[in-house]
Design a protein around this ligand. Structure first.
Ligand code: KIV
Ligand code: ZN
Length: 506
């Protein structure tokens, strides 16, 4: 039977400790709501004693979120626990996460204490927290480097004191997967009351092993995993939520999570944007290149059957599309794939000719984008059927927009006017009068090419005609003109418009 692995998200606490990633309360609430939709079980919302901002965030997230447990971090200090309990008072289900260092480094050099004194402080903190709340998680900081026999004593004592979850952090990211697995197994086998608590794994990525260690912990008895979106976190970061969720989903394991994987990409992008933390292009699951195939052999195999080279369908994580990147190593199959996507359906002879020119272009550039392909195709097979001669539009409130357009259509200048609910709509209606052909509008996408209001806009349209799609692109500082160019660019690819030569009205 498949056992549930509880997802404890600490993006807003451990993740947010990264310099430059700080969020204000309202931003944290937005992310917390998205984490709830994603299906996490626990949201660690902050460390309330550390700052008024963290306190407020725990309060507001507690109010805003319904299903996940809201967790607040404390040291093994009474004042911390008092403040955390106060911050959690609106949580439908709250948890206090208290703890102390248990490696000999921490015992000696951080606390200048003995192992016995550390156990006493740990037990006292858990008991104190239990006076406030039934759900108390204990973290044994630097457990990764702690002596396993001593760690087992700590864990047994805090469970006896009332801890419901015991967190075994590899705080410094030091452990090897086999050693971390053995640590969790040791606790399972040697702590007499271990069945009264859930074991939680919390790994850092200093040696690139956070995810491997977390999975090893799960395979050896842990039932909660502490993660952050995009693996964000101090130094090299924490275990990444998306990696753990997709490993469990992709492999035939006796575990499941409640993560709605198709929402992963959206939240990953949101966290990256809000926290000013770009995602490395080759980041597993959510990186820009995670589903991009660039070598000719891979592209050919992928186009025959995507499972040849893809273990996760991009749509499973909400990723826009698998991309076949065009480089000098791409083959004709990849080139044809992109041309068809753009609405070009070249015969084999034309494809061979375009491919040769494509290779010259790809050698000169790092990769070849849609505009380059259009340039290649327009150069080879298209003489333009429609040219824009004149566009004039009047718009504003409360009047309708009125446009006058003059096109050179199959060599004949034609002028038409139309009204619309906005300038672009009016222009398109005027153009439609001129071409007199039934064309469907499938997509209209406007992107700013940089940040300012006076910068160029890139417009992409997709039209349908007689069951085929035709893409058009337009770039202009004026979004209205960019849209006209994109529309005309797509129309120019429709073969039927050439046939209309005879019917074009003067
Ligand atoms: O890495 C760590 O040990 C932690 C604890 C505070 C849980 O983040
Ligand atoms: Zn941590």
């Amino acid at each position: 039977m498949s056992e549930k692995i509880h997802i404890f998200d600490t993006t807003l606490r451990d993740g947010e400790q990264v310099p430059g990633c700080q969020l204000d309360t309202s931003e944290k609430v937005i992310i917390a709501r998205q984490l709830e939709l994603l299906g996490v079980d626990v949201i660690e919302a902050g460390f309330p004693i550390s700052s008024p901002g963290d306190f407020r965030s725990v309060v507001e997230i507690s109010k805003a979120v319904t299903h996940p447990i809201i967790c607040a971090l404390t040291r093994s200090v009474q004042k911390d626990i008092d403040v955390a309990a106060e911050a959690l008072k609106y949580a439908k289900r709250g948890r206090i996460h208290t703890g102390i260092g248990v490696s000999d480094y921490h015992v000696k050099y951080k606390f200048n204490a003995t192992r016995e004194e550390i156990i006493e402080r740990a037990v006292a903190a858990v008991k104190y927290a239990r006076n406030y709340i039934d759900d108390v998680e204990f973290f044994a900081e630097d457990a990764g480097r702690a002596d396993n026999v001593y760690l087992a004593q700590v864990v047994e004592a805090v469970i006896a004191a009332g801890a419901t979850v015991v967190n075994i952090p590899d705080t410094t990211g030091y452990c090897l997967p086999a050693d971390y697995a053995a640590k969790i197994r040791f606790l399972k086998e040697n702590v007499s009351n271990i069945d009264q608590a859930i074991i939680s794994v919390h790994c850092h990525n200093d040696l690139g092993m956070a995810t491997a260690n977390s999975i090893a912990g799960i395979q050896n008895g842990a039932r909660q995993v502490e993660v952050t979106m995009n693996g964000i976190g101090e130094r090299a970061g924490n275990t990444s939520l998306e990696e753990v969720a997709m490993i469990i989903k992709t492999h035939d394991m006796p575990f499941h999570t409640d993560i709605q994987s198709n929402k992963i990409y959206h939240l990953s992008q949101m966290v990256s944007r809000m926290m000013n933390m770009p995602i490395q292009p080759n980041k597993a699951i959510v990186g820009r290149n995670a589903y991009a195939h660039s070598s000719g052999i891979h592209q050919d195999g992928f186009l025959k059957n995507r499972e040849n080279y893809e273990i996760i369908a991009p749509e499973d994580v909400g990723f826009p599309d698998s991309s076949i990147i065009l480089t000098a190593r791409s083959g004709k199959a990849a080139l044809r794939h992109h041309l068809e996507r753009l609405g070009y359906y070249p015969e084999q002879k034309v494809l061979v000719e375009v491919y040769e020119r494509f290779l010259v272009m790809a050698d000169a550039k790092k990769d070849v984008c849609d505009e380059d392909l259009i340039e290649l195709m327009e150069g080879t097979e298209q003489e333009s059927v429609i040219d824009i001669l004149h566009v004039q539009v009047v718009c504003g409130q409360p009047i309708h927009a009125v446009a006058t357009v003059e096109l050179l259509y199959n060599g004949i200048a034609i002028r038409e006017s139309a009204t619309g609910n906005g300038p672009i709509n009016a222009i398109i209606k005027a153009i439609d009068k001129i071409i007199n052909e039934k064309v469907g509008f499938e997509e209209f996408l406007v992107q700013s090419m940089s940040k300012g209001s006076d910068d160029a806009g890139r417009i992409q349209v997709a039209l349908s005609h007689e069951g085929k799609n035709y893409q058009g692109f337009g770039v202009d500082e004026d979004v209205v003109m960019g849209s006209v160019k994109a529309y005309v660019n797509a129309l120019n690819k429709i073969p039927a418009l050439k046939r209309n030569k005879q019917t074009a009205r003067a």
